[in-house]
Design a protein around this ligand. Structure first.
Ligand code: ADP
Length: 481
């Protein structure tokens, strides 16, 4: 059998991992690799209890385990689910994986243990965990929603911003088909079909893709304009492709664009029209070969005066708007009687309201309000001017003031067409004008209502729209006492 033993020893030496063979808890054979790994000189392990290879804290327990194994020997990995450690001669430790197999030879009951040093694997795992934690951290710190879709179309990762954008907790997103999680729509509000979801194209592409003009419909019904970029990513190990999608909420850009359009339309209309008229009348008056009678000359000059006023109003509105938006305190507060303010506002609005019936309903016993009188007059004058501008002649405009809790509540109501539901918030946006209906043809800047609201809010009050029972509008605002 000497040849067989030699063969066995050679085989042992050829093993890349440390191998020790144990009988009754004592090491009877160890390969060079084991000696090297554990820091022992040649044959120094022979005759030692196997426990010398264990950290001291595990030794007692190990004796029990070992005896259990000897009663029921079979091939198995050791300490399933536990982190195992081995001890070098100098007392240092390293993580290991051990597999045990029993072997009978000439009546000797042997246990062969193959001990694999898994320090490298552990380190890699740790590094991977750290990397993953960092990536998750970075993703969650991003303000832009990011999510990952696998080739089956399921969402495998989503950052905090993505969950916030959709309005669902992350647990409800992960592992679900992207199509159920994200409701993309086109500009017209149509839900996109499965094949329009960008990730399909992404899997077939090498370059990142990007689409705009899409909308996300949130769970709460809100529609957000977005630009989606989608990049294909290949996992070098598994070759699995995934699509990393970054969603950018472009609401602000949209608003800025809309605002720009409105300003352009304002400048092209509200600025050009009066200038054109002024130029036209002035040129006519200057024509040398025509003589205008005194009445016509007067009419022309009235028109010029009128158009110049229009321009002056526009410029004043623009300046006021920027003053209000600067957030600086522009009010000069003193105590004023509500009735006096209403009367003064109506005098200023008189030239607009000649064809209307204006009714005043102000309780003379109201306390004085702390306010900037000229600004408050401006608010009322503006609301009354609108009430006259957007309603038929000979209809009634009513200006009221009454006590409402800790405030005085003013209102201007009319019997005009009212404001359609969809515009009731938007009329308070800068430069917003309703283009449909007769009102669309009236001159205006779309700055009146935002300025009014700005002034009222600077006083600590609120201004809002209500529809007027049988038709028409009510603009109501409060000035706290
Ligand atoms: P402007 O009058 O210069 O257009 P405003 O900010 O004062 O700007 O008003 C915004 C829009 O709200 C107007 O263009 C008009 O369509 C609508 N609006 C305002 N007041 C009334 C009203 N009393 N009745 C009907 N529509 C109104």
């Amino acid at each position: 059998m000497a040849a067989a033993e030699t063969n066995f020893k050679e085989l042992l030496e050829a093993m890349p991992d440390p191998v020790v063979i144990v009988e009754d808890g004592q090491i009877v054979l160890a390969n060079r690799e084991a000696e090297k790994k554990f820091g022992y000189s040649h044959d120094a392990l022979l005759g030692q209890p196997i426990e010398v290879l264990l950290p001291e804290r595990f030794r007692t327990v190990h004796v029990g385990h070992r005896q259990g194994y000897e009663r029921n020997p079979h091939t198995r990995p050791m300490g399933i689910g536990l982190e195992l450690f081995a001890r070098r001669r100098d007392g240092t430790e390293f993580p290991v994986e051990i597999s045990l197999s029993p072997s009978e030879s000439d009546g000797h009951k042997l246990v062969i243990s193959i001990i694999r040093d898994i320090s490298d694997r552990k380190r890699l795992e740790r590094e991977k965990d750290e990397l993953l934690a960092t990536v998750t951290h970075v993703l969650d710190g991003m303000t832009e929603p990011v999510f990952v879709v696998n080739p089956q179309g399921d969402v495998t990762r989503a950052n905090d911003a993505a969950a916030r954008m959709i309005g669902r907790p992350r647990e409800e997103i992960l592992g679900r088909p992207a199509r159920e999680v994200f409701h993309w729509e086109d500009a017209g509000g149509r839900l996109l079909d499965d094949d329009e979801y960008l990730y399909h194209e992404t899997f077939g592409s090498v370059e990142p893709l990007s689409v705009s003009g899409r909308y996300l419909r949130r769970l709460d019904g809100e529609r957000i304009p977005v630009v989606i970029s989608s990049a294909p990513v290949t996992d070098p190990e598994q070759g699995i492709r995934m699509a990393v999608q970054v969603v950018r909420d472009v609401t602000r850009e949209r608003e800025a664009e809309e605002l720009k359009d409105r300003i352009i339309s304002l400048v092209s209309h509200e600025l050009r029209t009066p200038i054109g008229h002024i130029k036209g009348f002035a040129s006519s008056l200057l024509e040398e070969d025509v003589t205008w009678d005194a009445e016509t000359q007067h009419d022309f000059i009235v028109e010029i005066d009128h158009e110049a006023d229009r321009l002056a109003t526009l410029v004043a509105d623009l300046l006021d708007m920027s003053k209000i938006e600067s957030g600086k305190d522009f009010l000069e507060i003193a105590h004023h009687s509500p009735l006096a303010i209403v009367e003064s506002a109506l005098r200023a609005a008189e030239r607009f309201t000649r064809e209307h019936e204006v009714k005043v309903d102000v309780d003379p016993a109201l306390p004085d309000v702390p306010a900037d009188a000229s600004q408050l007059e401006r608010v009322i004058c503006n609301l009354v001017e609108n009430a006259a501008k957007y309603t038929e002649p000979n209809t009634e405009i009513r200006v009221q003031a009454r006590r409402g809790g800790d405030a005085v509540e003013f209102s201007v109501s009319d019997h005009g067409p009212g404001i359609p539901l969809e515009y009731r918030d938007r009329i308070f946006e800068r430069f917003f004008r309703i283009k449909t209906g007769n009102g669309g043809r009236k001159p205006g800047t779309g700055l009146g209502l935002p300025i009014c609201r700005g002034i009222v809010e600077a006083h600590g009050g609120k201004l809002w729209y209500e529809s007027n029972g049988g038709g028409g509008s009510v603009f109501r605002f409060t000035i706290p006492l």
